[in-house]
Write a protein that binds this ligand. Sequence first.
Ligand code: IDP
Ligand code: MG
Length: 165
Amino acid sequence: MVQQTLVLIKPDGLKKSLTGNVLTRLSETKLEIVAARIVQVSKKLAEEHYAMLKDKPFFDDLIKYIMGEYHKKKVMALVYWGEDAIAKVRQICGATNPEEADSVSIRGAYGRITTKGVYENVIHASTNPEESEREIKLWFEPDEIIVDLYPAKTVKTTCEKRVWA
Ligand code: IDP
Ligand code: MG
């Protein structure tokens, strides 16, 4: 089944100059990148992205981590698209706990657990189609993705926006 999945290269990945390595590993999947952006993650976006984990004891540290408070304030967000995209990307990512992740996986090779207990595991990838839809819609607007993944509509807005001076 053709699917789409959200990938985030987390702030530790960017700080450690792992972007190239991670993208190279992901290219093994032969999936297509259909959207990409560099994002400074707001508290609102961080909390919405990890809303399902809000009752976990590590939630506050996780929000700080994804906002870049321990590394660099940036994340690279991508959408990968193609046959079985979700499972293929998760397979290369490896297990959530970097100590338990297969050593040839991205998390096994590059992740660590800090003395504070934060799982700095370099990469996020959606786990199922419902999650990928929710996450892609959170991180991207329809026109930032080069294929039509979900129904979209045109609305008239009166919002102010910055344009080149
Ligand atoms: P996933 O990223 O493999 O899908 P989730 O359970 O969705 O795993 O957790 C989201 C993120 O929260 C993980 O990638 C990791 O950074 C962090 N995390 C998950 N479980 C723990 C934990 O037990 N301790 C510390 N951090 C955790
Ligand atoms: Mg998850």
